[in-house]
Design a protein around this ligand. Structure first.
Ligand code: PEP
Length: 248
C-alpha cells in the first residue's frame, strides 16, 4: 500500500521537525510505501531527519517551466536536488485557486518525470458533476489531458489519486461501490489509451476525508492501491496510528 500524507500549507520548518521527531519512533519500516508531501520550506530539514528511515519525501507542486524567469516558483530540478522523490500534480485546490489548467498540469507531469520525480496525479469530480452523473466523463477528460504525449513506460512513475472534490475535507466519502466503480473507470481509460497491462499495473489511490476510522475499510477495496491523506495526517501521532491500522 502507498500511504501519502499531504500537509498542505501547514507547519513551519520548526513544526515539521517536531512532527517528524514524533512520527519516527512510532513508525514501523517496510510495511507500506509512506510519503510525506511537505511545504517547500521544510524539505531540506525533512530530508536530513528522514535519513535512515524508508519514509519518502514529497512536494506539493512544481513549476510548469524548467528554469529562469518564473519569480516565486520552484522547478522539478530543484525538488530532485533536495532529495524529493514524489510530487503532487493536479490537486483540486491548485486547479481551483491557482488556475492549474489541463495544459499546465500536462507540462508539470512531463517536467516532473524528466527530473526523475514520481508524480501523484490527482483527479476527481465536483459535486455538480457527480449529481449530473458525469463522474466517469470528468475523470476520462482529466486523465487524457494530464497524460497526453506520455509513453506507456512512463506510467511506472505515475500514481493516480482519485479524489472527489466534494469529499476533500468534508467528512463525506463516496460509497465503497462508487470508489471501486470510479477507479475501474480510470483503469479503463488507461487500458484504452495505453494497454491492459498498464491499466492493471498503475497504482490508483483514494483520497478525500480518509481518517483513522475509515482508513482500513477503504484500503481493503479491490481497486484501491493506497490512500492520500490530508487532515488526518496533520497530527503525527494520529497519522502513525493510521499507518499501523492499514493492514493490507
Ligand atoms: C486532500 O486534500 O488531498 C485530502 C485528501 O484532504 P482530506 O483528507 O482532508 O480530505
Amino acid at each position: 500500500m502507498t500511504i501519502i500524507g499531504n500537509l498542505k500549507m501547514n507547519k513551519t520548518n520548526t513544526q515539521v521537525k517536531d512532527y517528524i521527531m514524533k512520527l519516527l519512533p512510532r513508525y514501523e519500516m517496510g510495511r507500506h510505501e509512506v510519503v510525506l508531501c511537505l511545504p517547500y520550506t521544510a524539505l531540506s530539514t525533512a530530508k536530513f531527519l528522514l535519513d535512515g528511515s524508508d519514509i519518502k519525501l514529497g512536494a506539493q507542486n512544481l513549476c510548469d517551466d524548467e528554469v529562469g524567469k518564473n519569480t516565486g516558483e520552484i522547478s522539478g530540478e530543484m525538488l530532485h536536488d533536495c532529495g524529493v522523490e514524489y510530487v503532487i500534480v493536479g490537486h483540486s485546490e491548485r486547479r481551483a485557486k491557482y488556475k492549474d489548467n489541463a495544459k499546465a498540469i500536462n507540462k508539470k507531469i512531463k517536467i516532473a518525470l524528466k527530473n526523475r520525480l514520481k508524480v501523484i496525479f490527482c483527479v476527481g469530480e465536483s459535486l455538480a458533476e457527480k449529481n449530473l452523473l458525469k463522474t466517469f466523463e470528468t475523470l476520462k477528460a482529466q486523465i487524457e489531458d494530464g497524460l497526453k504525449g506520455l509513453y506507456e513506460n512512463e506510467l511506472e512513475n505515475i500514481v493516480i489519486a482519485y479524489e472527489p472534490i466534494w469529499a476533500i475535507g468534508s467528512g463525506k466519502t463516496p460509497l465503497a461501490k462508487e470508489i471501486d466503480a470510479s477507479i475501474k473507470s480510470i483503469r479503463k481509460v488507461i487500458e484504452n489509451d495505453f494497454s491492459l497491462k498498464a491499466a492493471q499495473k498503475i497504482e490508483v489511490l483514494y483520497g478525500g476525508s480518509v481518517d483513522n476510522k475509515n482508513c482500513s475499510s477503504i484500503a481493503k477495496l479491490g481497486q484501491v492501491n493506497g490512500l492520500l491523506i490530508g487532515g488526518a495526517c496533520l497530527d503525527a501521532i494520529n497519522f502513525s496510528q493510521l499507518i499501523k491500522d492499514v493492514k493490507v
